[in-house]
Ligand binder design. Structure first.
Ligand SMILES: *Cc1c(COP(=O)(O)O)cnc(C)c1O
Length: 399
């Protein structure tokens, strides 16, 4: 007997839960790619990609995942021998910096550890020390999915501006777009990177790079650009095929069209932000109660510095790994692994996990995950404080 039969729930930070409507919109015959509905739909998707990022910037869409979108951004931003300043607050910052370094760009990393956001003052210091203005761009993850830390993008922009350094600001919003408040234009972001499979509720396979007029001009001569990654034809196509440098990702586009309608026209972006904040509040409340006894703690101590789409936590003594296995095998819920907190060969590797509350997720799903987790802690005799579920219920009920 197992209680895992029934609809499984992948509560990991991407791929996120895909709405049946999104999957249904993709379930169709191959469309005519020469004109008509597909072309009109693509134009509306481009318009809504601007709306979801709160920008009038240009957008290039790639067939690829988040790693592909990073590489796309890098290729357009940099020339060989340029320098990049990277604020690292988790595994995703590290991975983006490795990607840009392997492309031949000089990398200056500021590592803020795994439990704190980037300090804008230190970014400003590094820019001020670069008197020759060799740093072409500052790269930051908005929410680093590995640590669940949220970086303060407007504060980083303000600190950069105060130095008078001309570096562009490039932001990875793969884990936050559609979940956490983000406003590309208002916040002065020059280049924004995202992908389809997280807050955008669409299967993995589309990567997006938004680029401002300023970024377009500054990067015109970037020599890392190759035909496939070049954002120019994708952002300014004179023929339909140039949107995607070849065959369009037809079915992903139909899925994304449906997801954007749900997010922007039905729920509303600000309501989606508020929903993510409320669900995150329930998760945080449960962990705070569990952490009053035993070796359990949220990774980011200050709630103001947490992303609202994913929560990273520690359950010591290998409890996190044991709990993940129990939740999957006994209850049909898959929790995220800890990422970049310890080496897989290290005994501490099993002390970390992540709970996603990202995209097409509602109160009963998040409360269900938390209840399953507490059942698992009881079954496995993992020491934990009382009242976790009650605290989550109070957070949801607002009392
Ligand atoms: C998921 C994620 C990535 C990587 O995306 P892939 O599709 O797995 O390549 C990069 N950055 C952030 C912040 C992410 O959450």
């Amino acid at each position: 007997m197992s209680l895992s039969q029934g609809r499984p729930y992948l509560a990991i930070p991407g791929p996120s839960v895909m709405p049946d409507r999104v999957l249904g919109a993709m379930h169709r015959a191959a469309p005519n790619i020469y004109g008509g509905a597909l072309h009109e739909m693509t134009a509306s998707v481009v318009a809504d990609l601007r709306r979801v990022a709160r920008t009038t910037a240009h957008v290039a869409t790639y067939i690829g995942n988040g790693h592909a979108a990073w590489e796309a951004a890098n290729a357009n931003l940099f020339s060989r021998g340029d320098r990049a300043l990277i604020a690292v607050t988790g595994q995703f910052g590290t991975s983006w910096s490795n990607s840009v370094e392997r492309m031949g760009v000089g990398v200056e990393r500021i590592d803020f550890g795994r439990r704190a956001p980037a300090d804008p003052a230190r970014i400003a210091e590094a820019l001020s020390a670069d008197r020759a203005h060799r740093i072409k761009a500052v790269l930051v993850t908005h929410v680093d999915t590995a640590t669940s830390v949220r970086n303060d993008i407007p504060a980083i922009r303000a600190a950069m501006d105060a130095t008078g350094h001309p570096a562009l600001l490039a932001v990875d919003a793969i884990a936050s777009l559609g979940c956490d408040p983000l406003q590309m234009d208002e916040w002065g972001i020059d280049v924004l990177v995202a992908a389809s499979q997280k807050g955008l509720m669409t299967p993995p396979g589309l990567g997006f790079v938004w680029f401002s007029d300023k970024a377009r001009e500054v990067c015109r001569a970037s020599d890392l650009r190759t035909p496939y990654w070049d954002w120019e034809p994708r952002g300014f196509p004179s023929e339909y095929w140039q949107h995607f440098c070849g065959t369009a990702p037809t079915h992903h586009l139909f899925g994304l069209r449906e997801a954007l309608t749900m997010l922007l026209d039905e729920e509303g972006l600000e309501s989606a932000w508020a929903r993510h904040r409320a669900l995150a509040g329930a998760v945080w409340a449960a962990f705070d109660a569990w952490g009053t006894a035993g070796d359990i703690a949220l990774n980011i101590a200050d709630a103001d510095h947490r992303g609202t789409s994913v929560t990273a936590a520690r359950i010591g003594g290998g409890g996190a790994a044991r709990l993940r296995t129990w939740c999957e095998e006994a209850a049909g819920v898959t929790l995220g692994i800890g990422l970049g907190m310890a080496e897989p060969s290290d005994s501490a590797y099993g002390d970390f996990l992540r709970v996603a509350h990202m995209g097409h997720v509602n109160a009963h799903m998040t409360l269900g995950v938390l209840s399953v987790m507490e059942a698992g802690m009881r079954a496995l005799k993992i020491p934990h404080g009382p009242g976790g579920i009650d605290a989550a219920l109070k957070a949801i009920a607002g009392v």
